[in-house]
Ligand binder design. Structure first.
Ligand code: CA
Length: 240
């Protein structure tokens, strides 16, 4: 089924570029360059996702977000300026599911849209959660690997693997989003919190630790690198 996205961005060139890319990916796109108009559109129509710029004429994006989420449960990804840390914090507090900093790589935006749509459909019980590896007992699985969230335990073929808290969260995030490429920023937000100000290469460091504790020990290739985008665990058995 075709999914629809409302793109709220007053920079026309950027809006046009993103619109074309989204249409190319098969999404139905509505555009708005004004906060008040955007809120009206978002309340009137049932979009599957909203991309929302913060600095907008008419009504500030954060205000649009607050008023909208009072009325509707819809995933919103914020488009923010590079140094607008408070905007990101306020936006996430107000219920945005994610943010992306301008300028961004379109592949990263598309990846985040896929993640947001999937998480939303799983959370609301719509759509298929087949790709999610979680069973009834809250255990995530990949081949012979199990991650038991309640016991905070990871095993491969029954062998216990000792992970630090951050490694555990990183692995859990990848398993929960099986087959979805997660960007370094998304993983960083999950593992270090969205106010983390250090280097994004800490993600690569934790991936390396996980590989040394799992891939190297058990002779598998669990975590795949997607160059220029991020990391993914594929559900398929034959992935190399
Ligand atoms: Ca703007």
């Amino acid at each position: 089924m075709e999914q629809s996205i409302l793109l709220v961005e007053d920079e026309e060139k950027l809006a046009r570029f993103v619109e074309l890319e989204l249409m190319h990916e098969g999404y139905k796109v509505d555009k708005s360059g004004n906060g008040r108009d955007a809120l009206e559109k978002a309340l009137k129509n049932d979009y599957d996702l909203i991309l929302l710029d913060i600095m907008l004429p008419g009504l500030n994006g954060l205000e649009v977000l607050r008023r909208l989420l009072k009325e509707k449960d819809v995933p919103v990804i914020l488009l923010t300026a590079r140094d607008a840390v408070m905007d990101k914090v306020s936006g996430l507090d107000a219920g945005a599911v994610d943010y992306i900093t301008k300028p961004f790589a379109i592949e990263e935006l598309l990846a985040r849209i896929r993640v947001a749509l999937k998480l939303h459909s799983v959370r609301t019980g719509r759509g298929s959660s087949a790709a999610s590896a979680e069973d009834k007992e809250g255990v995530l699985r990949w081949q012979s690997l199990t991650l038991d969230e309640r016991r905070h335990q990871v095993r491969y073929d029954g062998h216990e693997i000792t992970l630090t808290n951050r490694e555990f969260i990183m692995l859990k995030t990848l398993l929960e989003n099986m087959d979805i490429v997660l960007s370094r920023d998304t993983l960083l937000n999950k593992v270090c919190g969205y106010d983390y100000m250090g280097e994004t290469n800490v993600v690569d460091v934790y991936i390396r630790y996980l590989r040394s504790k799992i891939d190297d020990v058990f002779g598998v290739k669990m975590i795949q690198t997607v160059r220029g985008v991020g990391y993914v665990i594929h559900s398929g058995e034959d992935e190399n």
